[in-house]
Design a protein around this ligand. Sequence first.
Ligand code: ATP
Length: 242
Amino acid sequence: MPPAIRISQVTKRYGQLLALDQIDLEIRQGEFFGLLGPNGAGKTTLISSIAGLVKPDGGRIVVMGHDVQSDYRNSRRLLGVVPQEIVFDPFFTVRETLQFQSGYYGIRKNDVWIDEILANLDLDAKANANMRSLSGGMKRRVLVAQALVHRPPVIVLDEPTAGVDVELRQTLWKFIRRLNEDGHTIVLTTHYLEEAESQCGRIAMLKAGYLIALDSTSALLRRFSSHLLSLRLRPGDVLPER
Ligand code: ATP
């Protein structure tokens, strides 16, 4: 079974800024994986590289055996990407937004599946509402729904709970956990250690473009003392033993 995502020696520069420095990471199929790090660590750049939206300057990313650069169509079909930024056509209804997304993937719209996604995200009552009439939290639910219309086995979420109230946070986590239990690979970025701790089996920590730690959540928590968990590390710092 190939890994869900294999990242080999991936480097990305924006001008002088090194956003990712030779990142090596393998995420297994069925994992619930967390990418943790402070602002500017490189999390979104890495997620965008996996999604093929950012072209790395070096290295290679392979999604379930399909190279993101040379086999974009197939790799993209295997991924459901929930971006951080909320961008929609304000004149579409929720249902039309999801149907449009189906068309993007060249699949026939499947209203039964769309209804199921809407129900699971407590969006069914809003199916015919215009996107512009939705609250920010509702839009965020549509963002998740949209990533699932083509039934991708690997789901990548960039800070899905940023700026989200407690109720929606719980709805989202319940739904994402179920997707994982159903066999989907989940990769998410977060600033919140508590969230990563309660949801993820393994965690990679990024800081200033460097991968500073990669381990099971429990081992990482055992190994890191509280000041390290505040991520005040610098690249190359020696991790103290507990
Ligand atoms: P946050 O938690 O704030 O979302 P992040 O870990 O996702 O941060 P990135 O958004 O990947 O970090 O940014 C990594 C670095 O690359 C930052 O210093 C950022 O300013 C820079 N950067 C990101 N995108 C661009 C861009 N399009 N052009 C120039 N610099 C960029």
